[in-house]
Design a protein around this ligand. Structure first.
Ligand code: B16
Ligand code: MG
Length: 211
């Protein structure tokens, strides 16, 4: 990978910088159990990078009844309350392998660094793991209407950085996120769960592998 051909790296948050998978899984599982809806870890993998309301629709594919929009909103809020409670327990040990070193490496060759996350809890998570001061820009679920695989969150991040999208590289762990980066006209390094997605520009098991 020729790092120097880029001007910025935009990092996805959940699954790239911080491991929040288990918190999301447990919160969706609590909601599903209360509603009598089947939910497992395989279904949870389909929620990577997908917005909260779209995630709920995937969870509801297994529901035995129809829910009104009002009920759906209440369920998404209930899940989020469980999730927010769980992420209070996160600390720096939740930072994923090689993430901080990779950010330092990018900064040391003059690249700007940003977050491009679907999560509306981005700031809470970054503060929790003490990474809120290290990025030049943050774009998250609060900045956009269309979430990944739409390119919006990465385009907002590039705009906040003042960098042309074609000069950005995205780091993603979700299929939806890799698709979003490509739609934004950006190169993408796929790691973790998306590490085998063949349309990515580069791939690795984790950022730690590239240090
Ligand atoms: P929230 P990312 C995504 O974050 C998660 O991967 C996805 O599982 C979650 O549903 C989504 O954020 C919305 O999160 O409910 O906190 O707004 O991977 O794009 O950083
Ligand atoms: Mg992710």
């Amino acid at each position: 990978m020729n790092f120097k051909k880029y001007k910025a790296v935009i990092f996805d948050l959940d699954g790239v910088i911080v491991s929040t998978d288990e918190c999301h899984y447990e919160a969706w599982k609590m909601l599903s159990d209360e509603e009598g809806i089947y939910f497992d870890r395989e279904i949870n993998q389909r929620l990577r990078g997908v917005s909260r309301m779209e995630s709920l629709e995937i969870v509801l594919e297994r529901a035995q009844k129809q829910y009104t929009d009002e009920e759906k909103l209440e369920m998404a809020t209930r899940k989020n309350n469980y999730y927010v409670e769980k992420i209070q327990t996160l600390d720096q040990s939740a930072i994923l392998d090689g993430a901080l070193e990779f950010i330092d490496m990018a900064k040391s060759v003059g690249l700007k660094v940003a977050i491009g996350s679907s999560s509306k809890n981005t700031m809470t998570i970054l503060k929790q793991v003490q990474c809120d001061g290290i990025f030049d820009a943050i774009a998250d679920g609060n900045d956009i209407k269309n979430s990944k695989p739409a390119p919006d969150v990465f385009l907002v991040a590039a705009k906040k950085l003042g960098v042309n999208p074609k000069d950005c590289m995205v780091v993603e762990d979700a299929y939806a996120g890799v698709d979003a980066a490509i739609s934004a006209g950006m190169d993408v390094l796929a790691v973790g769960y998306a590490g085998t997605y063949e349309i990515a520009t580069y791939s690795a098991k984790s950022l730690g592998e590239l240090i």
